[in-house]
Design a protein. Sequence first.
Length: 273
Amino acid sequence: MATYVIGDVQGCFHSLQKLLETCRFNADEDKLWFVGDLVNRGPESLQTLHFVRALGDRAVVVLGNHDLHLLGVWAGHREFHHTDTLAPILEAPDCDELMQWLLHRKIAHFEHGVLMVHAGVWPGWTLEETLFHAQELEAALHGPDYEWVFAHMYGSVPAQWSDDLTGADRLRVITNVFTRMRFCRPDGEMEFHHKGKLGSAPPPFVPWFDVPGRKTAGLPVVTGHWSALGLYLREDIQALDTGCLWGGKLTALRLEDRQVIQVDCPSMRSPNK
């Protein structure tokens, strides 16, 4: 049995199938972890959702910003963006079933000594705190008031975590940590404008994983979200968004031996994630 962690698919279903063939994925034995952004901007988001949902407990999914955007549109609290390719999902006969399934995916997943999130982990959180705050957001999304969550989820302030945060501000910061964060100040204040390569943000901003004193340093964390970063592998960080949507590659990481498997992808969009 093998566990493959898959980078951002974003509706590139045929590339996903090509990657799984290359991995020799066995649906009866192997497991797939998806780092989020299953959907949007690629041409086959509906097929992607149907496929992953049909895998049942063979697939573990954490939600990314594009997945939350889809849910927000479905819930009536987000507008379509001109680059969205979500209409086939929202027009599908089983749309509500698919959205309920997506709504109940995870925000963070920890297993085999590895933590999976979409974007990052706030530098001041321990592993235990990270999982606690992920469960806070999951509970809000899984509850009867999930529409309230989407009505108050969006925005970039506050940009700094505090244990004193409550209500919508608290959930918004948790959401932004797990699904939007790339760069931080050394004190953990998040910055959301810069999306480029390492070193592209002005000082004092640094990648979240390089903040001095980060409390999850040394813990293997697998992420997606940051296509400009590309494949970035070190002992404690495995970033797997390799720009499939932009004509890059779709990447899988086999957890058991850290082997990287990639396939080339046709370009679907210009690189402006």
